[in-house]
Unconditional design. Structure first.
Length: 131
């Protein structure tokens, strides 16, 4: 009796394992969803940075590249670099550990254009550009 139950248990485990294993199509879909989540995280961080910069500017009439002064903390896996922060504007690029060689950029005001890791130039003020 124990051998019969054990064989049934093994068969059930194998069926469950097969059901949980992603197919090549499922893996591709998951990768696309994961990529979209990483991009959304970078865009969200840049928009959050924009809000923090505007609050800072309202108090001091200048922008800053100091994350601590801004009270800015990025999402897990996202790294944000501020390339310019002056009295006339700022520019930043966000990257994600899960998307090497890609990123998103954002700029406000009269500062230099900024380029994403994939080579997209951020020209329009206030528009997030991703590659």
């Amino acid at each position: 009796m124990w051998i019969k139950n054990r064989a049934g248990l093994v068969m059930t485990a194998l069926v469950a394992l097969a059901a949980c294993s992603p197919s090549s199509e499922g893996t591709l879909e998951l990768d696309v969803q994961q990529e979209q989540a990483y991009l959304a995280g970078m865009q969200s961080d840049l928009q959050n940075l924009a809000r923090k910069q505007e609050i800072y500017y309202a108090d001091r009439s200048t922008y800053t590249d100091d994350f601590e002064l801004l009270g800015f903390v990025s999402n897990t896996g996202v790294e944000v670099d501020i390339f310019a922060a002056t009295v006339s504007g700022w520019a930043a690029v966000a990257t994600h550990l899960g998307l090497p060689g890609r990123g998103c950029g954002l700029r406000y005001g009269g500062v230099q254009t900024v380029q994403t890791p994939g080579g997209q130039v951020v020209e329009t003020f206030g528009e997030t550009v991703c590659d």
